[in-house]
Design a protein around this ligand. Structure first.
Ligand SMILES: [Zn+2]
Length: 497
């Protein structure tokens, strides 16, 4: 009798304790153990997330490596995996593609889908021919969680208490350097590390994953098309349409709404924002970024994760494949030495903000609608500008190399696109170790002088916008003298460390 009573007491105690334990995490939402993530039908706890990212790299060391982009305000890790053959090398002749999700901490669908995409790509290498082709020819970066403090606001075992904002209460997708007036204030840590990450790479296509709606959104977010024409409008429409059409093979209603009856929308036509990552990546890094709004629910119930994965899986894979459909090439001098930072123009199409640049080893990637003929110009200071004609082909990265001869360079765009009667305006700022100048007229020359009269640098940008690394400059006041459209500007700037 006494024994039975003890047993009952013990059982009660166990039930009570278990209940207590269960109330200390999001039952039915969060996996506390990596094995519970096997079916991807939960969200991971923060620790399980880190373990998963580490395990991807450990299990597939030949094609996957872990990258720490930075740390959040509360010191959580902002992680990405790189998936590619020769994963430990930077392969300049391969395009770099970036997926990033959940910059709004409570928009969770993409967080789960990105983990699942990583798993799917890795497991299908050498068995699925298309995925193998992507991994062999693209340097794929996937960052499932861009705002970990927002997601785990309620603690590392909770996602239902998540918030849109970071730990400083800032909306990170409004905190990137703006196109109109670049921020001079310090950036949020989650934004600063993403800015640094973008500067260390040459991403040519990227997507930022959100929730709250079901639609695709392409640039600009901060301008209407008539305010700043988007030369790549038809390319963006082409890739968005393909994404939606593919998803419609699973669910014909998905992404169709009043916002954009076709499933995609020009950002500012939906609503205008400043400081978003999409415009930042497009404008400053010439990376064609789109925004994917995956689910109407912010904290999507895990029961629906399978459904959303099935709707998006092939579209997400195909979007990476857009990296292999356009024009690529190497720009060299007559000795075959590569020319970095050469500017590539699509003649009669590009604006000063839509051209692309060659990377450190002289390679460029320019994405354009298929089955069309384009004239491409390669420009580099001190070389004769070269023009060639090329036809884009479906499912092909057409090669167009340039060999530039020494000589006088002619900038392929009219040196002054704006009204000649207007007075030129110059904006000077420094941000993240870069001195940035932008003007309504062509900036013909820039001289930067220290207070002791020594010239720090002297260069001829011949564009409306330019930047110069001031990382090696000591703290202090500098004078910037610039010729913009024939008018001389003198600005003083203070560089802090
Ligand atoms: Zn969002």
């Amino acid at each position: 009798m006494k024994n039975i009573a003890t047993k009952i007491m013990l059982s009660l105690l166990i039930i009570l304790c278990t209940n207590r334990l269960y109330s200390q995490y999001d039952t039915g939402y969060v996996a506390r153990d990596i094995n519970q993530m096997e079916q991807f039908n939960l969200y991971p706890s923060y620790d399980v997330y880190v373990q998963m990212m580490e395990r991807f790299a450990a299990n597939y060391p030949e094609i996957c490596s872990l990258v720490e982009i930075g740390k959040s305000v509360e010191n959580r890790r902002i992680l990405a995996v790189k998936i590619s053959d020769n994963v430990n090398e930077q392969e300049y002749n391969e395009p770099e593609f970036l997926y990033s999700s959940t910059i709004h901490g409570d928009e969770l669908c993409g967080y789960n889908l990105m983990l699942r995409l990583i798993d799917h790509l890795l497991k299908n290498y050498n068995s699925d021919s298309y995925i193998t082709q992507l991994i062999n020819n693209v340097q794929i970066y996937i960052n499932p969680l861009a705002n970990p403090d927002g997601t785990y606001l309620g603690g590392n075992l909770f996602v239902t208490k998540s918030t849109r904002y970071n730990a400083n209460g800032e909306d990170l997708n409004r905190s990137f350097p703006k196109i109109t007036e670049p921020t001079t204030e310090p950036l949020q840590p989650e934004v600063q590390c993403m800015v640094d990450f973008a500067k260390q790479h040459y991403f040519s296509i990227s997507a930022n994953l959100h929730s709250g709606s079901e639609i695709l959104n392409y640039p600009w977010d901060s301008f209407f098309a008539y305010e700043m024409p988007l030369p790549d409008n038809s390319w963006f429409i082409q890739i968005c349409k393909k994404y939606v059409d593919t998803a419609h093979q699973i669910d014909a209603e998905y992404m169709i709404s009043d916002i954009g009856p076709e499933g995609y929308v020009f950002g500012s036509e939906w609503y205008k924002i400043d400081g978003g990552r999409q415009d930042y990546m497009n404008y400053y890094h010439r990376c064609r970024e789109i925004t994917i709004e995956l689910s109407n629910d912010y904290v999507l119930h895990p029961d629906y994760l399978d459904e959303y994965w099935n709707k998006n899986r092939q579209s997400l894979i195909n979007l990476i494949g857009e990296s292999l459909q356009g024009i690529t090439g190497n720009v060299t001098n007559i000795y075959g030495e590569s020319i970095p930072n050469a500017e590539i123009f699509v003649v009669d199409k590009d604006k000063t903000y839509s051209t692309v640049f060659t990377n450190e080893e002289g390679y460029y990637f320019r994405y354009l609608p298929t089955d069309s003929i384009y004239e491409i110009a390669a420009y580099s200071d001190g070389y004769q500008t070269a023009n060639q004609v090329v036809k884009t082909e479906k499912d092909q990265l057409v090669t167009l190399n340039f060999m530039l001869q020494k000589g006088e360079s002619i900038y392929p765009l009219p040196s002054d696109e704006s009204n000649n009667d207007e007075e030129p305006v110059l904006t000077v700022s420094s941000l993240g170790g870069m001195l940035q100048l932008s003007s309504t007229k062509t900036i013909n020359s820039v001289i930067m002088v220290a207070t002791d009269g020594k010239i720090v640098t002297k260069f001829h940008p011949n564009t409306n916008k330019t930047e110069y690394s001031v990382n090696n400059c000591s703290q202090g006041i500098y004078v910037i003298k610039a010729d913009c459209g024939g008018r001389i500007f003198t600005n003083k700037i203070f560089l802090s460390k």
